[in-house]
Design a protein around this ligand. Structure first.
Ligand SMILES: *[C@@H]1O[C@H](CO)[C@@H](O)[C@H](O)[C@H]1NC(C)=O
Ligand SMILES: *[C@@H]1O[C@H](CO)[C@@H](O)[C@H](O)[C@H]1NC(C)=O
Length: 345
């Protein structure tokens, strides 16, 4: 009888054991910890025209609760311009568990969501590997908030014959939590760069951090054609600490680690960024996603403690309107301001 009870208790664990699934492999890492790898592929599809966005959402049926240490995205460069990887709680009703055309609505998650990696054949020709730093991982699996994995691909050529998988994703994970869970926070701009700014225009973004304390460890910046550089800072009591500063024209290295490693961000701090543009003619340039528009996107990668999970179910964002917003108009950010006045006199 006792044996049977034990067997009943053990059985559910056995069926969900990742060890039994053939496409999951395990090996021992440093200090003997078991490290697993699972490879997932975008289903084979035909795409009749180039320049399409195709999405695919898959339930993580084989993982109950695991902690991702790194992700590897391999794309077929002949057909794919970019691939985007994220996890979410529930797909929207229009989303499907089969690949679907998603250019019109790319917001396809309800509840929790986390963007993991944007891999672009143009910006990064090297292999799309992303490794979380020590102490940071991403909790995913069917008994967590992040139960689905989403692939998004932007095709550059029609796919008329069924190819080998156009995208493969390999997740490397462990089964015990690290100190921090991963999420990101985005700073971005709306509005426009005014006309006659050929000498330069700085778009500034700043918001108070009101969530629980986190550590920031890397920043990804993005501008389009007339953007030249982007800086990100933590402002605490008038002291500006640089998180990242990068030229954005070369676009060779878009995810930059915070100098010196983790930096803490506490309630009451301000996260700020500014981007420099040098427009080529005297027309205004709108902020937006398309190629002829501009962006000042500063994506800050964070680690938070698991007890604060409900505050970090989705990545957060801070957006300012241009040309209205200026560091000069706010007491906490007025310490570094006036650049637009200097370049436009
Ligand atoms: C994905 O993996 C399969 C084998 O599992 C391979 O045949 C295919 O070429 C891979 N695709 C890419 C884009 O790496
Ligand atoms: C800012 O400084 C004041 C006093 O100098 C201190 O009480 C407060 O905690 C500081 N704020 C932060 C976020 O460090």
């Amino acid at each position: 009888m006792i044996k049977l009870v034990v067997w009943l208790l053990v059985f559910p664990v056995t069926v969900t054991s990742v060890r039994e699934i053939p496409y999951i492999t395990a090996h021992h890492g440093e200090n003997g910890q078991e490290i697993y790898k699972m490879k997932l592929s975008f289903p084979n599809i035909k795409v009749h025209e180039p320049d399409q966005y195709i999405c695919y959402t898959r339930y993580l049926a084989e993982l109950d609760e695991v902690y991702v240490l790194s992700t590897l995205i391999e794309i077929n460069h002949e057909f794919i311009h970019h691939a985007d990887l994220s996890f979410c709680e529930e797909p929207e009703d229009f989303a499907s568990h089969r690949p679907w055309e998603c250019s019109r609505s790319r917001k396809y998650c309800k509840g929790g969501a986390v963007g993991v990696y944007f891999f672009d054949a143009y910006y990064r020709s090297e292999v799309g590997k992303m490794i979380y730093p020590k102490d940071v991982s991403l909790k995913i699996g069917f008994s967590t908030i992040m139960r689905h994995i989403n692939f998004e691909m932007h095709t550059k050529a029609a796919v008329t014959e069924v190819q080998y998988p156009l995208i493969n994703v390999t997740l490397t994970f462990i089964k015990t939590p690290t100190k921090y869970n991963f999420q990101s926070h985005l700073l971005l701009t709306d509005g426009f760069i005014p006309a006659n700014k050929e000498k330069g225009y700085f778009a500034e973004v700043a918001c108070r951090w009101d969530k629980p304390d986190v550590v920031a460890y890397a920043v990804q910046v993005h501008t389009h054609h007339v953007g030249y550089m982007a800086d990100a800072y933590r402002v605490r009591n008038g002291t500006w600490t640089l998180l990242a500063s990068q030229l954005t024209q070369g676009k060779t290295k878009v995810l930059v680690p915070v100098p010196g490693g983790f930096i803490d961000v506490r309630q009451g701090d301000v996260l700020a960024a500014k981007c420099l543009y040098i427009p080529k003619d005297n027309k205004p340039v709108r902020f937006g996603e398309s190629d002829g528009q501009e962006m000042c996107n500063v994506d800050i990668q964070l680690g938070y403690e698991f007890k604060h999970e409900t505050s970090f179910k989705r990545s957060s964002a801070c957006m300012t309107q241009h040309p209205k917003f200026s560091f000069c108009d706010h007491e906490v950010t007025s310490g570094i301001c006036g650049d637009n006045r200097k370049v436009n006199t």
